[in-house]
Design a binder for this molecule. Structure first.
Ligand SMILES: [Ca+2]
Ligand SMILES: [Ca+2]
Length: 323
């Protein structure tokens, strides 16, 4: 009996709570800042890229004060101004920050020594030939993997960067949302490696997580489904916690879920348009605390009461979840 009670307590004892760490645009709730991803450095400081300004923001969870430490300049391409539309971020082993620049079909880099509030570092091209670049993740050898969004190609480039090569394919798929008109065609979004070096891929369109084993020769196997569930619709950023459990932000459902190694999906948190989750786009763990970027776009469960905008809640922000 004691054992049973103990087991119950382990499963149900503590309910993870979600709260806001930082409001990234305190003067507005109307997408004046747009953050699609979040990562952390070795000291546990958080980094986000603002699609509106091109600024790279650093936030120390203790001081909660965003500072600008880098910049991705817009480019002029064929006479038109093109924004980077920064997505996934990740640090390499040398401490340089890599950022998927969806607008450029590239991954850009800011050297660690240039992440400086006194003189924000300028991003430069690291990898080319990555259309739809969204999630990024490094393997243990320092190779960078890049997800390709709707076309479903996974790209890889070596530690030095250069022209990326497509190494795997997830079949394209488009889902229609419950409103009967909005569609979701992104089959590759967030990326994360587990401790064994298996790449996991969030499929936003199918509401699924794929696994891609990479052989010792560097050759990938075929993608296999780990989990597919209506709970995972909108699966965006993913990250493993220290116990090896995969956490998923389901953006359009304003939800956070976990997926175990046997594919069991569990909803950990969910809320309506008022937050604290507002179209959560990614999660990163520092110790046992998960930090979540709120992208806050007007869609599905994050649509404001006006039925048009995402103005409910506080808008672009970092939420935190303590398991
Ligand atoms: Ca993403
Ligand atoms: Ca909102």
């Amino acid at each position: 009996m004691t054992v049973l009670l103990g087991a119950c307590a382990t499963v149900q004892g503590r309910t993870p709570t979600v709260s806001i760490l930082v409001d990234l645009d305190p003067a507005s709730a109307d997408q004046t800042v747009i953050v699609e991803s979040i990562t952390a450095d070795r000291e546990g400081r958080l980094y986000l890229a603002d699609r509106v300004t091109g600024n790279i923001l650093r936030v120390d969870p203790k001081s909660r004060e965003p500072v600008v430490v880098g910049q991705i300049d817009a480019r002029e391409i064929q006479g038109k101004k093109v924004n980077a539309d920064a997505s996934g971020l990740a640090f390499n082993q040398e401490g340089d920050l890599l950022i998927a620049a969806t607008g450029f079909s590239e991954v850009v880099r800011i050297r660690g020594s240039d992440l400086n509030p006194a003189k924000p570092g300028r991003a430069e091209t690291f990898a080319t030939g990555t259309p739809g670049a969204n999630g990024i993740a490094f393997d243990k050898q320092g190779n960078l993997y890049v997800s390709g969004a709707r076309a479903g190609k996974i790209y890889r480039v070596g530690p030095g960067g250069g022209a990326a090569k497509a190494i795997a394919q997830i079949e394209p798929h488009t889902r229609t949302l419950p409103d009967g008109k909005t569609t979701q065609p992104i089959v590759e979004n967030g990326l994360a490696f587990d401790a064994k070096g298996v790449l996991h891929v969030a499929d936003t369109a199918r509401g699924a997580i794929w696994k891609l084993a990479i052989g010792n020769d560097g050759n990938p196997g075929k993608p296999t489904l780990l989990a597919q569930s209506p709970l995972l619709e909108g699966a965006d950023g993913i990250a493993f916690d220290s116990s090896g459990r995969l956490w998923v932000t389901a953006n359009e459902r304003n939800a956070i879920l976990t997926v175990t190694t046997d594919g069991t999906v569990q909803q950990v948190a969910k809320n309506g348009s008022q937050g604290p989750l507002e179209f959560p786009s990614a999660i990163v763990f520092v110790g046992n605390t998960g930090y979540i970027s709120n992208y806050d776009t007007p869609r599905r469960d994050n649509m404001a009461a006006d039925g048009k905008t995402s103005i409910d809640g506080i808008g672009a922000s970092i939420a935190q979840i303590t398991p």
